[in-house]
Design a protein. Sequence first.
Length: 154
Amino acid sequence: MLRIEYVALSDLRKHPRNPKDHDVSAIARSVNRFGFTAPVIIDERTGYLAAGHGRIDTLAQLKAQGKEPPANVQTQEFDGDWLVPVVRGVAFNSDAEIEAYLVADNRLTILGGWDEPELAALLQDLASQDTALLEATGYDADDLQALLKDLGVI
């Protein structure tokens, strides 16, 4: 049965074969703006993360910088470690299966692509309201301009 528990950041173990790179500064902008909204996933069979490596790298960097924990991350009273929401109850059948999931969790999102005209309209609306809000999406003004140019809008 799936459940969410809070686990100490220092106890989380990243999978040694995770091939995904992460833009920690972009993730930090999002986490600082919206809070920690997507729990990481632990494989109960190995104890390694199955998803959430970039979010954990981001939290570790924020903590090392002396920042306050973002919303939905708690502080452990006795040692100051951060407590992170984690999905428990997932157990992959083999090392190969968790490794395939490491790729699928990211790749399947990428394959969906974007409705670029709708994305451009949404990003323009966000940019007109608040540049920081635009940047919390992982896009900045230069990205928006490039998208608009690709679409022939400018």
